[in-house]
Design a protein around this ligand. Structure first.
Ligand SMILES: [Zn+2]
Ligand SMILES: [Zn+2]
Length: 352
């Protein structure tokens, strides 16, 4: 193996370069993996634009990428004790938590109380270097055996599939529920599948982009075109005036959060996974008087292994959301395509 590799380096907000950098060395309970596919996430686009200054990433230059699949190339000390072998096919996720704080002990490692503390917690592609490179080093807590029937490209979408399952879990979707999803991007569409897996009777996607609306229809969901008048009124009309049992907020803009709450049936629950970059005014009177619930949903916590067979069985349809594929060397074109609302891009796979 050579000592250097190709990596996408963000030199400063908005300035990208494919560079030759040293191959990282796996430490205790870590592996070095040959990245075969990495998918572009909305967070990558924000992070590259510099939308989270000083936080994601803590500093530039930086290598993003956190939704990936590949094969183990080298084991760090101790990784073999967890059953890993060179050549194993794996899917990666981003949260490498401390495992010791109260939230970790309760299984909510996505809320690790040692977040970002050097030596205790890492979030690959966010707080530490990521997988937009030929190789990546990750801890054994963040890699999962890739099911035999899945390709590396599909493996790169297991992390977002786990996030979609997590938001449906946080929404407590129950059998027979009417579920509305705001935003028909990759997470929204996969959350539609997750809602069905949990037994939703109806899944209605609210979206304004024509390509995404067509995709949602093609995947068998009901749709509401939010560019045509009042989506809250439309959802109420579709539900006999009652509203939705659960709304999964996957768009992350202030107005969709407001719609999400306004669309709820009395006693309904909204789980939000979209992250608005500004504050949102909430109608507290309705929230109190109708006992609405609003909960956050961050990444996933234990859903990587649970979602894998659902993806393999075709119940979580990652293939349907994969629209483009680029070589790592063409990353600039890939991210431009991702950001172009007319491109039809949903999930873009990049191959290092
Ligand atoms: Zn992501
Ligand atoms: Zn922790």
């Amino acid at each position: 193996m050579s000592a250097t590799m190709q990596a996408l380096v963000v030199l400063e907000p908005g300035r990208l370069e494919i560079r030759e950098v040293p191959v990282p060395v796996p430490g205790p309970n870590e592996v070095l993996a040959r990245v075969r596919a990495v998918s572009i996430c909305g967070t990558d686009a924000h992070l590259i634009r510099g939308d989270y200054p000083g936080f994601w990433p803590p500093s530039f230059p930086f290598i993003p990428g956190h939704e990936w699949a590949g094969e183990i190339a080298e084991l760090g000390p101790g990784a073999e004790r967890f059953g890993w072998t060179v050549g194993d096919r794996v899917a990666g996720t981003s949260h490498d938590a401390c495992g010791v704080c109260q939230k970790c002990v309760e299984g909510r490692y996505n809320l690790c109380e040692n977040y970002g503390r050097p030596g205790l917690h890492k979030q690959y592609g966010h707080s530490v270097q990521g997988a937009d490179a030929t190789y990546v080093v990750q801890g054994v807590k963040t890699i999962f055996p890739l099911a035999e029937g899945l390709t590396f490209d599909e493996g790169a979408v297991i992390d977002p599939a786990s996030i979609a399952l997590h938001v449906a879990n946080r929404g407590n979707v129950a059998p027979g529920d009417t579920v509305v999803i705001t935003g028909a991007g990759a997470i929204g569409l996969l959350a539609g599948d997750a809602a069905r897996i949990r037994g939703a009777a109806r899944v209605i996607l609210v979206e304004r982009n024509p390509g995404r609306l067509a995709k949602a229809t093609e995947m068998g969901f009901e749709t509401v075109d939010s560019s045509l008048g009042d989506p809250v009124g439309t959802v109420r009309a579709l539900t006999g005036g009652l509203g939705a049992d659960v709304v999964l907020e996957c768009a992350g803009v202030p107005v969709t959060v407001q719609w999400a709450l306004a669309m709820l049936r009395r006693g309904g629950r909204c789980a939000a996974v979209g992250i608005p970059t500004e504050g949102v005014e909430i109608a507290m009177q309705r929230l109190v008087l109708d006992e609405l619930e609003l909960v956050g949903s961050r990444a996933s916590a234990g859903e990587m292994r649970r979602v894998m067979p659902l993806v393999e069985q075709g119940r979580m349809r990652v293939r349907d959301v994969m629209t483009h594929r680029f070589a790592l060397a063409d990353y600039e074109r890939a991210i431009a395509t991702f950001g172009d609302p007319g491109s039809g891009a949903i999930k873009i796979i990049v191959a290092p």
